[in-house]
Design a protein around this ligand. Structure first.
Ligand SMILES: NC(=O)c1ccc[n+]([C@@H]2O[C@H](COP(=O)([O-])OP(=O)(O)OC[C@H]3O[C@@H](n4cnc5c(N)ncnc54)[C@H](O)[C@@H]3O)[C@@H](O)[C@H]2O)c1
Length: 401
């Protein structure tokens, strides 16, 4: 099969490299710089090694492009573009729209179109299909399917091969072709009765995480007020062999999924007149965490941060990735600056962020750990400042949640 994958980011590149083992993959992206980098065999994401990418290129099974012409004779098109929130924190489908325009303009035969971008139920049936049909000058009766992506960047135990994958086509022919495609690199495919079930399942998976993270973040505040260690309580509760799943408190949530996807669910709920109160409150609790952390740090440092040198350690949204999208470190730094602190940050995995380079570890009066990469020495973190506040629960001897 010739497979065109639109969007070569965390999702698209990961799929591209797996799919290139048994298919010819064209990685379409509108970033010229990224396409040049990929064609030189350089991967820009964790979880896809440059060696694996180079091998796919060497075998003639992968090339990246910005040219729509290159996807014109593909058999399968996978959409893997961002689905963020707009400035009013509502679903922004403009990237999907642009991908539909590319498909409608360049595809020259009947193809299978699979959406892997996360969106609300009904996106493939009521948005992507009609839009491609409207924009297309041809009357191809394309096949449409959904297979939501579950990739967890940086994770090595669960990957494309062993993570079960949901899928559903708009027709049985689309479902069958979708199954055949993913079977080439995924061991466990689960067909559901409609694309809407798959789309909603993806949103609910991430909402489940968002709400539970908010719950444990609220619980961390209650535990602190009660003078009991939240980590010890969680470890104790986690000895129950059933009916409990441990989530850890943190400075908040980040990335492209947990702070965003639940709002897609809340959006469709509101369209149906159903209040998504858990989702909304969970968003609030998670977004308030950086402020709570700063309040704690300020309270434990004679009630003022004015003029104090504070270093934030770890600005990626989670360990071992360079991804800073929606990172709680951003809100935390903003709050520290509002209170007059002189803020630096250290994160060797991220390196460059918001036009600044990672500073050397240490040299501040206060250190706040937001994310702890495996590569960082916890002992050096503890020694990096006279006062260290750890939001991860991993730096023994530090103050923390
Ligand atoms: N990152 C994750 O862990 C993850 C996990 C599951 C699902 N998802 C979902 O997958 C989708 C993609 O997320 P991602 O993390 O891979 O995003 P990303 O930002 O890493 O990559 C998106 C890529 O698409 C490109 N792009 C944007 N518009 C384009 C267009 N019109 N044509 C061609 N290329 C275009 C960008 O240049 C970028 O390289 C989102 O819907 C996201 O919610 C992400």
């Amino acid at each position: 099969m010739k497979v065109a994958i639109i969007g070569q980011g965390y999702v698209g590149l990961t799929i591209s490299v797996f799919a290139s083992k048994e298919n010819t993959v064209i990685g379409f992206d509108n970033s010229e710089k990224l396409v040049v980098e990929l064609n030189s065999g350089k991967s820009h994401i964790e979880g896809v090694s440059s060696e694996a990418l180079s091998l796919a290129i060497k075998n003639g099974n992968y090339h990246a492009t910005t040219s729509g012409q290159d996807i014109s004779d593909a058999d399968i098109i996978v959409i893997a573009v961002p689905t963020p929130l707009n400035k009013d924190r509502k679903p922004d489908l403009s990237y999907i729209e642009a991908a539909c325009l590319t498909i409608a303009t360049y595809v020259k035969k009947r193809v299978l179109i699979i959406n892997e971008s996360t969106s609300f139920p009904g996106t493939i049936r009521n948005f992507i299909k009609p839009l491609i049909e409207k924009l297309s000058k041809n009357n191809f009766e394309h096949l449409y399917a959904i297979s939501p992506e579950r990739v967890d960047p940086g994770r090595v135990d669960w990957d494309q091969k062993n993570t079960p994958r949901l899928y559903a086509g708009l027709t049985s022919e689309a479902s069958k072709m979708t199954r055949d495609f993913y079977t080439s690199f995924c061991d466990n495919l689960i067909e559901v009765s409609s694309p809407e079930v798959a789309e909603a399942a993806k949103l609910f998976e991430n909402t489940f995480r968002q709400v539970n993270i908010a719950l444990v973040n609220e619980f961390a505040q209650i535990s602190n007020a009660l003078g009991i260690s939240v980590h010890e309580i969680l470890d104790a509760a986690n000895t129950k062999p059933y009916g409990f799943m441990k989530f850890n408190p943190s400075a908040g949530v980040g990335g492209h999924c947990i702070p965003v996807d639940p709002t897609y669910l809340a959006y469709v709920a509101s369209k149906k007149g159903i209040p998504a109160t858990f989702i909304e409150r969970a968003n609030e609790v998670n977004l308030e965490m950086p402020k709570y952390v700063v309040n704690r740090v300020e309270g434990e440092n004679s009630g003022s941060l004015t003029g104090k040198r504070v270093q934030v350690i770890g600005v990626a949204y989670k360990p071992n990735v360079a991804d800073t999208r929606e990172t709680p470190a951003e809100l935390l730094i903003k709050e520290l600056k509002l209170r007059g602190a002189k803020v630096t940050w250290h994160d060797d995995v991220v390196g460059d962020w918001q036009g600044e380079k990672s500073s050397a570890l240490g040299g501040s009066q206060i250190a706040i750990v937001v994310t702890l990469h495996d590569s960082i020495d916890k002992r050096l973190v503890l020694e990096s400042a006279p006062y260290v506040f750890d939001t991860t629960g991993k730096v023994v001897g530090a103050k923390g949640l």
